[in-house]
Ligand binder design. Sequence first.
Ligand SMILES: [Zn+2]
Length: 63
Amino acid sequence: MPLNLSEELLAIIVCPDCHGDLVPVETDPATGAGELVCQSCGLAYPVRDDIPVLLVDEARRPD
Ligand SMILES: [Zn+2]
């Protein structure tokens, strides 16, 4: 599992903005850093120290 996130966790969490499914995306293979990308609205939430930061204020807006 990328980003060291458990499948159990991924099954539970949803986008706090639109409640869409979140998919883990590795953004830096060297460090294992990544984001959780909403499949509905496209917001990308950071993952810090293997903890998803599900805050709209912290999310990266899609281009
Ligand atoms: Zn969303």
